[in-house]
Write a protein that binds this ligand. Sequence first.
Ligand code: HAM
Length: 426
Amino acid sequence: MNERINKPRGTMDFLGEDKKLCDSIEALLFDISEKFGCSKIDVPMFEDGKLFVRGVGEGSDIVSKEMFRLDVKGDHNYFLRPEFTASVNRAAIENKLYASPDLPIKLAYCGPVFRFERPQAGRLRQFTQFGVEFFDTKIDAMTAMDSVLLLYRSAEQILGHELFLKVNYLGGNESRENYKNALLDFYKDKVENMCFDCHRRYEVNVLRMLDCKVEEDIEINKSAPVISDYLVDEDKQKFDTMLSALNALGIEYKRDERLVRGLDYYTGLVFEIYDPMNMNLGAIGAGGQYGKLMEELGGPEMEGIGFSFGIERLMLAVDQVKKNELIKADVLDYFIVDQREEKDSTAIVLADVLRSTGRSVSASSYSKKLNGSMKMANRANAKITLLLTDNNPGQIIIKDMETRIQEEIPCADVDEVVSKLMEMEK
Ligand code: HAM
């Protein structure tokens, strides 16, 4: 036997019910986002590496160690996308979406992203993100809350219960610079004893040190200065307005001073959403505000806010009841069983004509016995089975699978059979 080739570690095949669940979650998310005024966008799966270095940031783990570089001919610096936000901003600039008179611009996307992470439950190397990005000259509290609300209400609808929302506010330039200086000062005599990644983070983006997962560093971080002490009045006010909106909406949240997120573009509000019943999965969705990304990518001064869900994490979090609701059993209109020794084209023509009227039609394999074929019709949830056998030459047996009542009619003229079936449907 030839050597078997398996899928790469950290990837998944989707089939059967899983594929249905995945599709129906995606469809529901697009549906809800449309109700929030989003239109769909698709961007390439690979981009110039500069986009992610400048967009997501050199200081992020994603860019420094998790990107898939494409080994292609020529002088290209192509990478598979590790996320969508940088690409959607690039597309907004390239297609001059910023010139739209209708603000905020609201875009929704879904597709695979690639990160070379250590695979574990809920952590894949290829996974699917659904997300939205809102753009405006200034992201006001209403637009920011609309994005959080879309994240929260979507997750609530899919999982059927309340979620755990974490929020933090990284502030505008002045607040962040003040805070970064305080952190640089705090870590100055500690960084040497911290992990190798933190040495780099200290140089490139000190905020990311707060997010370190190394135990000893977590201990050090406990006494680090907190952002709220460095927010200028204007930022404090903005954050307070957002928190009051969450209170008014009846959405519970936890303010987490250590939440800085793993991507460098964030300014202002950042948030993560968890399923309280599945905290081990990590965040099922996350996002935040970014004030300078579009400018940094060569576009105009325009701000953005957005989030992405990890579809595979949502799929793991969905319980059986919700799963059944989401993947309503398909019903098949007709199932054809042709048991005749010498088959003519009656069955295939019948299937074709029925399908042309919009009916769903399936058939059992020529090798199946009658009993097995009828069981297959049941498993396929068939409403009607059409049976051709040598015991009833020139006839077709129409069997209603619910009432078990059957009737025999001539099958020489397929159009007549179809008219009769349509009549019986009424
Ligand atoms: P992120 O936190 O890197 O943010 O990813 C968003 C979501 O993708 C996570 O909450 C998680 O559900 C899922 N996810 C991340 N890594 C993995 C993985 N290795 N395996 C499975 N699922 C994963 C972003 O990507 C930002 N672009 C979100 C955003 C949009 N910010 C503003 N706009």
